[in-house]
Design a protein around this ligand. Structure first.
Ligand code: FAD
Length: 563
């Protein structure tokens, strides 16, 4: 099959590769356009077994960002990977004469319409439950096989029943495997385990040619790397094999404030490089907020020193909150679960956990946070991971969940973080009451090379996430227009500053911007597109290869490759 040859193709000399791409493009572009039936009749004439619906598509026309409302032509509720393959192949066989597109939709929690397919087919991955979750617990490296439409929260619940857990998470777990692996999947565990795309052993993918392909580091590695962080551009993941480790039962969760940014980032960086026993590290910025510590108290955090904490006033200041967590097992007997049948004294992990408990205290002693602001909480592991869901429930009660979410996520190199913070936190962001602004460092050496994900070049870079919710119909600072304008100012500053900053969950509207985003990775991204989705059928909502323009794009690529 063509795809299984793709690795070999990529290892060919560039000239041979160019010739192959040229031939391939010539075949697709010069294909005789067939009589152009309407998009709908084209689908209706398909011999098709899955459930393809032309009605009740409202949910597939929106996402969590709640700013785009673009109707698909149809929604596919697949019963098998071959259902998905069938429809993509059908569209592929129309060649460039058809402008039908296909988008996988996970939980639809994109922010900028990335999972939408205006006038195309949305594949409802969340309804796709094949294979049933299958755990492989024997051996040193346990894993679970799941449908790529599975929600991470369900994987968590099933895994802990077996004393196991995935290693790397997002802050919110009501997202699908395919949705987060298309980006990266970053949270406070990434400094130890890398993002979620580092913790997947194998995928099954339907490419933009309608081929069903298994891929991993050993088999079709180029496709595997392309799809990870690939923004849905190269294939629809149907199955994933996720790495697991022994699950703890409890989490010690700590927060402490800093008023000096350099002290804050020095401590964060020290912690991720020493890695001493910590399981999670994040942080956030607090600008112009009052009653912060009272809010912590209400959400089960207790001050280490209640009297001192009473004295602390946050009003008006820019503060930086360090957030740490350490996993452990409450009872020694539970520690045995880490080692299965091994008796406790010989279980290295149990020793590690005990050691860590003491070590965190000594580690906290080395940090330079404002002493009166250390707050500690102890919660079950599952509650810790599912913590954002608690906020979701509260916001839903107040009709504040399904509002517009003009989010902006940036990856800022270490060398730029001070310049960035100075400009943005002092001059652009006036308060953080519209939603959290996260800021924490990540270490590139923990991230796999070769994926489609773009990060800054430096070893340490920061995730800075502006996670705002707009108050519907407000024309003030908490309204959509004001927040979008604020984000635009940040993006303009980033664009003009040459600070080497990259967007995470990127969103651009022109090819020029996408090229700049990918930088030196653009050529590889383009070649992979030509190999795996040469007619730009997949994930049109990312707006990287708009289909109506793609014929011209392809022609210009042809011209460039010829010269
Ligand atoms: P969708 O929005 O449905 O799809 C996203 C993209 O992936 C689309 O382009 C779609 O076509 C494609 N896609 C979906 N499924 C597949 C598949 N099976 N195969 C190929 N392509 C596919 N991200 C983080 O990294 N860390 C966080 O901590 C974090 N927290 C978040 C908290 C909230 C409340 C929200 C709403 C989002 C958060 N995100 C976070 C962002 C989130 O990871 C992405 O938006 C993710 O894409 C959402 O997953 P989804 O299942 O809803 O995907």
């Amino acid at each position: 099959m063509f795809i299984s040859q793709s690795n070999k193709l990529f290892s060919l000399k560039p000239l041979v590769f160019k010739i192959l791409v040229v031939v391939l493009l010539s075949i697709t572009i010069n294909r005789e356009p067939c009589a152009t039936p309407t998009r709908r009749s084209l689908l209706e004439t398909m011999l098709f077994e899955g459930n393809l619906s032309f009605n009740n598509m409202e949910h597939a026309s929106r996402d969590f960002g709640n700013r785009y409302h673009l109707m698909p032509l149809a929604v596919l509720y697949p019963k098998s990977a071959s259902n998905i393959a069938h429809i993509i192949k059908h569209v592929f066989e129309q060649g460039l004469s058809s402008d039908l597109t296909v988008a996988a939709r996970g939980h639809g929690h994109s922010l900028e319409g990335q999972a939408l397919a205006p006038g195309g087919v949305v594949v409802d991955m969340e309804s796709y439950k094949s294979p049933a979750m299958t755990f492989h617990t024997a051996g040193k490296h346990p894993y679970v096989d799941v449908s790529a439409g599975e929600l991470w929260i369900n994987i968590l619940h099933e895994s802990v029943k077996r004393g196991l857990t995935p290693k790397s998470w997002t802050d919110y777990l009501h997202l699908t495997v395919g949705g987060t692996l298309s980006n990266a999947g970053i949270s406070g565990q990434a400094f130890r385990h890398g993002p979620q795309i580092n913790n997947v052993y194998r995928l099954r993918v339907v490419t933009g040619r309608g081929d069903v392909v298994s891929c991993s580091d050993e088999e079709n590695a180029d496709l595997f790397n392309a799809v990870l962080g690939g923004l849905g551009q190269f294939g629809i993941m149907t199955e994933a094999r996720i790495a697991l480790e022994p699950a703890p039962t409890k989490v010690k969760w700590m927060r402490a404030l800093y008023s000096d940014f350099t002290t804050f980032t020095n401590d964060q960086e020290r912690l991720i490089s020493s890695g001493k026993g910590l399981d999670y590290l994040e942080g956030f910025v607090v600008i112009n907020r009052s009653g912060l510590l009272n809010n912590w108290r209400l959400s089960s955090f207790n001050p280490k020193d209640a009297a001192q904490a009473q004295e602390f006033r946050s009003e008006g200041r820019i503060l930086f909150c360090l957030e740490l967590a350490m996993y452990f097992n409450k009872e020694d007997v539970e520690a045995v679960r880490f080692c299965g049948p091994l008796p406790f004294p010989t279980c290295p992990r149990a020793h590690t956990r005990r050691f860590v408990m003491q070590e965190v205290d000594s580690l906290l002693a080395e940090l330079s946070y404002i002493r009166s602001t250390l707050f500690v909480s102890e919660v079950p592991y599952v509650d810790f991971l599912d913590r954002v869901h608690v906020s979701e429930m509260k916001l839903r009660e107040n009709q504040l969940w399904d509002v517009p979410h003009p989010w902006l996520n940036l990856l800022v190199p270490r060398s730029s973080i001070h310049g960035f913070a100075h400009q943005v936190f002092n001059n652009i962001v006036k308060d953080t009451s519209n939603g959290p602004v996260l800021i924490y460092p990540l270490n590139k050496s923990r991230w796999r090379n070769g994926t489609s994900l773009v990060t800054p070049e430096e070893e340490v870079f920061y995730l800075v996430a502006f996670l705002s919710s707009a108050v519907p119909s407000s024309t003030g600072r908490d309204g959509l227009d004001a927040i979008v304008a604020r984000n635009r100012r940040i993006v303009e500053f980033v664009g003009g500053s040459n600070l080497g900053i990259k967007q995470y969950l990127p969103h651009y509207s022109t090819t020029h911007e996408w090229r700049a985003h990918f930088g030196s990775k653009w050529e590889v991204f383009l070649r992979r597109k030509m190999l795996y989705d040469p007619l730009a059928i997949l994930a049109p909502g990312q707006r990287i290869f708009p289909k109506p323009n793609f014929k011209n794009t392809s022609k210009s690529i042809l011209t460039r490759l010829h010269t």
